[in-house]
Design a protein around this ligand. Structure first.
Ligand code: SF4
Length: 424
């Protein structure tokens, strides 16, 4: 059977879809790079924002128009909207997050478990070919952030046992991945539900000690609950100097209404500690503007705090009410035009600090994992890649160095990002 796998949203969805690809391959099926001509299309949907939900629907419609025989929807939107299959043409099955692990069995009508141990991970074909492997180590969340639909869609926090994580890491490395990204809904809660009393720090140490992974990155990590040993992880040079810490708002009162387990002061201390322990670290974030009841004063407080934090990059989301969340019932809806303007102002601040972070690296050397390449007419290869501290870097080489890590002297900042020369 020819199967096309598609995903919307977070790295966790990406990790899950890659895992599914491995299972279907193990069962003898072929993963293809387009829904055209596919016997089965599986879309891992997202519901985190109204835009992500709309993207998910759009992908299903596109697959139907491309002539896909059968469309299976899973993920957060498919979990929250049980009538999604009736809304969209061509959908033959809806599988909730709770049953997601059984998709191969449900599709193939077999309860066989697919042992991935001897199999090398194969990157997904087409545009989504990955030199970095996203590996799911945790799912769900026990917090109650009032805007969050993910915790409703994904249920209680569960951790993947570290031996299973290690098996997936070995599979990724055998398939040629240079970098492994450990992913979860609430990564920092890894271990809370396991009996051993271990934490995310123990998991990462275990992976580093038992694998030849060249670079290890943590995906989004909530800015609380990290143990005292957490920053010692970066004594190992394979750890990517990048922390994505979702702040959501820089206003203390808005954070309270969001039920976040942090305050601007605690967040500031965490960022200072990270910068002291990990020189050159890129700290990136997510922000919501226009949260219910956000006053001009609260927004200004948030904006000033974001300026002070000097983030290396970040995403700004205009608040969108998600059904079933507590925030959807809060009074004080912020008018669309005001939210739009706040979004613009917040993005400007982040853009300035991102440019400043990039500029600080001109005339320095960084290790770059080349993620894409294209041959130029004169025989040169144009390369694009990512530094361990999450800077996008371009360069030229005489040979195709895609999926290799090179030392690069950074020379200039262009509109496409940083540009540098490979040092051999
Ligand atoms: S900690 Fe993250 S995943 Fe959990 S409820 Fe809050 S925003 Fe959602």
């Amino acid at each position: 059977m020819k199967i096309f796998l598609d995903t919307v949203g977070c790295r966790l969805n990406q990790a899950e879809i890659e895992h599914l690809a491995g299972e279907f391959r193990a069962a003898g099926h072929t993963i293809v790079d387009s829904s055209k001509g596919a016997d089965l299309v599986i879309i891992n949907t997202c519901a985190v924002t109204a835009a992500a939900a709309s993207d998910s629907r759009q992908k299903a419609r596109q697959a139907y128009r491309a002539g896909a025989e059968k469309i299976l929807l899973t993920g957060c939107l498919a979990t929250l909207e049980q009538d999604l299959g009736e809304q969209l043409p061509g959908v033959y099955k809806l599988v909730t997050n709770q049953d997601k692990a059984r998709i191969p069995a449900l599709v193939l009508h077999s309860e066989q478990e697919f042992d991935l141990e001897p199999l090398a991970r194969v990157p997904l074909p087409g545009a989504r070919k990955r030199t970095r492997a996203f590996i799911k180590v945790q799912d769900g969340c026990d917090n109650l952030c009032t805007f969050c639909v993910t915790r409703i869609a994904r249920g209680k926090a569960t951790s993947t046992p570290k031996e299973t994580v290690l098996r997936d890491v070995h599979s990724a490395l055998a398939g040629g991945a240079q970098e492994v990204v450990l992913s979860g809904v609430h990564l920092g809660s890894w271990g809370n539900d396991l009996l051993e009393g271990e934490t995310l720090t123990d998991l990462v140490q275990f992976v580093l000690a038992n694998s030849e992974v060249r670079r290890l990155r943590l995906s989004s990590t909530e800015p609380w609950g990290l143990d005292d040993r957490f920053f010692t992880l970066w004594e190992d040079e394979r750890m990517c100097r990048h922390l994505h810490l979702p702040l959501q708002s820089g206003s203390g009162t808005v954070l309270k209404r969001m039920l976040r387990h942090t305050t601007p002061e605690k967040f500031r201390q965490l960022v200072h500690k990270a910068r002291a322990k990990i020189p050159g670290v890129a700290i990136t974030t997510d922000l919501i503007v226009g949260f219910p009841g956000e006053t001009d004063g609260e927004f200004t407080e948030s904006l000033r705090f974001v300026e002070e934090m000097d983030f290396a990059d970040g995403h700004v989301f205009k608040y969108s009410a998600r059904a079933g969340t507590a925030a959807a019932r809060l009074p004080g809806r912020v008018h669309g035009k005001i939210a739009q303007e706040r979004s613009r102002m917040m993005r400007d601040v982040l853009q300035r600090s991102a440019i400043s972070f990039s500029e600080q690296h001109i005339n320095t050397e960084l290790f770059v994992l080349w993620e894409s390449s294209s041959q130029q007419g004169d025989g040169n290869w144009l390369l694009n890649g990512l530094s361990d501290n999450y800077l996008h870097i371009g360069g030229l080489a005489e040979t195709d160095r895609c999926n290799k890590i090179d030392r690069v002297k950074i020379q200039a900042l262009t509109s496409d990002g940083l540009y540098g020369e490979i040092i051999l």
